[in-house]
Design a binder for this molecule. Structure first.
Ligand code: IMP
Length: 214
């Protein structure tokens, strides 16, 4: 059996398991070309589950399972974060929490920079990092599909006003501009020629689309 046949196809109406307006917009844009009608967990006033998993996939599944059961619809969720090699992969699944605890993203980036300096991670080769995106699709009958993708690069002095979160801090491998200096299309766009997208989220979505969308 081909790999494609072992996946379940997604169609019709789904719930996007997020209460975040920015993520909702991005996910709707990604799904819209496939004729998927998406409502969000926020719009349906579904409760937000605690993200108690220890991996990106586990947390994406927690969110998708909660919405699939509550809405009785297939549910789509993501979990993502920035992993810094010199910090043993931190902040990782705690990327959002670190920013909240620091007060804002510039403060969180300054905090991470301080930790890296304390470890002596000053040379480019010591400053490797990657973003991870995990996507989960869960159907009300319990069927589950998960996808994960990464983009590798390194931590630099923050540059650029575009994007969100840790974007200004991350220079993808092979580029001389940070995510914060790129247009959203350059960072998140899905190339029409079928080549690999740049961002972790767009890459994970490409894998999901090949498996579950048509
Ligand atoms: P969650 O997926 O909602 O748990 O949060 C992910 C955290 O990682 C948030 O703090 C985001 O700002 C950050 N993050 C995830 N993807 C990106 C990205 O593409 N650029 C910048 N920050 C990101």
């Amino acid at each position: 059996m081909s790999e494609q046949l072992s996946h379940r196809r997604l169609s019709g109406r789904i719930v996007i398991a997020t209460h975040n307006a920015g993520k909702l917009r991005e996910m709707r844009e990604l799904l819209q070309p496939y004729g998927i009608e998406a409502v969000s967990a926020g719009e349906l006033s579904l409760p937000e589950p605690d993200e108690t998993g220890t991996t990106f996939i586990a947390n994406a599944l927690i969110k998708a399972r909660a919405s699939a059961i509550a809405a009785n619809l297939p549910a789509f969720a993501d979990d993502s974060g920035l992993c810094v090699d010199a910090l043993g992969g931190d902040p990782g699944i705690y990327s959002a929490r670190w920013a909240k605890e620091a007060g804002d993203f510039p403060k969180a980036m300054a905090h991470i920079e301080g930790l890296m300096q304390a470890k002596g991670a000053t040379e480019p080769a010591q400053r490797k990092a990657h973003f991870v995106s995990a996507l989960a699709l869960v159907w009300p009958d319990g069927h589950e599909e998960t996808f994960e993708a990464k983009v590798f690069g390194r931590i630099v002095t923050p540059r650029g006003e575009s994007g969100f979160g840790y974007d200004p801090f991350f220079l993808p491998e092979g580029y001389d501009r940070t995510f914060g200096e790129m247009s959203s299309d350059e960072k998140h766009g899905i190339p029409a020629d079928g080549s690999q997208a740049l961002s972790h989220r767009a890459r994970a979505f490409q894998i999901l689309a090949r498996a579950c969308l048509s």
